[in-house]
Design a binder for this molecule. Structure first.
Ligand code: CU
Length: 127
């Protein structure tokens, strides 16, 4: 009776120890590191007051497109396209934001929702 009790205690200890080890080792895969590493390429886009540079953005014609959008102006700007299905949200002057979307198979337009059609551009798939 007594030895059996000890045996259970020992197994319980080993299992508990293994659980702690497992949690310590496996704890780094819940993070938000996404994009970049599935053949996608990162493209730089800048906003000034009040236009995009460049206003014509060449992107790959397939896969995920990652755009590093930087607001080099003083006004808040966004990088937004209904057709492209993305919206950076408001990016304040001096800030930047990474926007990822599915490569379009035709030219689509984008704009800044703060300044509307007067601040817009075109995304052109290469090839
Ligand atoms: Cu703007």
């Amino acid at each position: 009776m007594r030895s059996r009790h000890l045996w259970i205690l020992r197994i319980t200890t080993v299992v508990a120890f293994a659980a702690v080890l497992f949690a310590a080792c496996g704890g780094d895969d819940g993070g938000g590191a996404e994009g970049e590493d599935e053949g996608g390429s990162s493209i730089s886009l800048s906003a000034v007051d009040n236009s995009f540079e460049p206003a014509e953005l060449e992107v790959p014609s397939s896969g995920q497109v990652t755009v590093e959008f930087t607001n080099d102006g003083d006004n808040p700007h966004t990088f937004t396209s209904d057709e492209g299905g993305f919206d950076s949200g408001t990016v304040e002057g001096g800030q930047s934001k990474t926007v990822t979307f599915e490569a379009p198979d035709k030219e689509i337009s984008f704009l800044c929702t703060v300044h509307g059609e007067s601040m817009s551009g075109t995304i052109v798939p290469e090839g």
